[in-house]
Design a binder for this molecule. Structure first.
Ligand SMILES: Nc1ncnc2c1ncn2[C@@H]1O[C@H](COP(=O)(O)OP(=O)(O)OP(=O)(O)O)[C@@H](O)[C@H]1O
Ligand SMILES: O=C(O)C1=C[C@@H](O)[C@@H](O)[C@H](O)C1
Ligand SMILES: [Mg+2]
Length: 163
């Protein structure tokens, strides 16, 4: 959460002439409510089902950049679909950066806790190996603006077969 998937994904799509999709936005447009409301009313598990259905559908399309939600990687079917159907980019960030980037935004229900640092650390411990498992490209996102980051990412993608 806060690594920059939505922000960087949108830039990357613009620069590569692809269509941008974001699984959180897609779930929101299909339900007509924000992610926070889905968590409140239906719970995280039902959100994960909705997220999975959207990712399975979007992965059928060609010529897109897809930003997933931060927790999509937890599901083995999502990991398999992403790995099989696309070039997977892991935007890696430090806990300090994630804290700063998410601090003023109430739209992430899992971080609405008294100790967001501890929550981010716990999520990172579980998710970092899963992101690594499926990533074709790993990019460190710390201490650089999005424009520079996307240029570095484009250079890395050029060296990546079939990207
Ligand atoms: N490389 C970066 N440097 C500084 N700020 C950044 C960088 N990447 C993203 N940000 C900022 O961090 C915030 C969170 O970014 P973004 O919403 O793109 O993260 P995300 O990975 O999509 O999060 P989520 O998993 O919750 O969907 C935004 O305000 C964005 O402008
Ligand atoms: O990291 C997560 O588990 C989440 C990240 C967001 O993108 C949203 O999908 C939701 O807030 C959950
Ligand atoms: Mg996002």
């Amino acid at each position: 959460m806060g690594a920059g998937k939505t922000t960087v994904g949108r830039h990357l799509a613009r620069l590569t002439g692809r269509t941008f999709h974001d699984s959180d936005h897609e779930v929101e447009s299909r339900t007509g409510v924000r992610v926070t409301t889905i968590f409140e009313i239906e719970g995280e598990n039902r959100f994960r089902e909705r997220e999975k259905a959207v990712i399975a559908e979007l992965m059928q399309r060609d010529g897109i950049v897809l930003a997933t939600g931060g927790g999509a990687v937890l599901d083995p079917d999502n990991r398999a679909a992403l790995k099989a159907g696309g070039t997977v980019i892991y935007l890696r960030a430090t806990i300090d950066d994630l804290l700063i980037r998410t601090a003023h935004d109430k739209s992430r229900p899992l971080l609405q806790t008294g100790d967001p640092r501890a929550k981010l650390e716990a999520l990172f411990a579980v998710r970092d190996p899963l992101y690594r498992e499926i990533a074709d490209v790993v990019v460190d996102t710390s201490r650089q603006n999005v424009g520079v980051l996307v240029q570095r990412l484009l250079a890395k993608l050029k060296e990546t077969p079939e990207s």
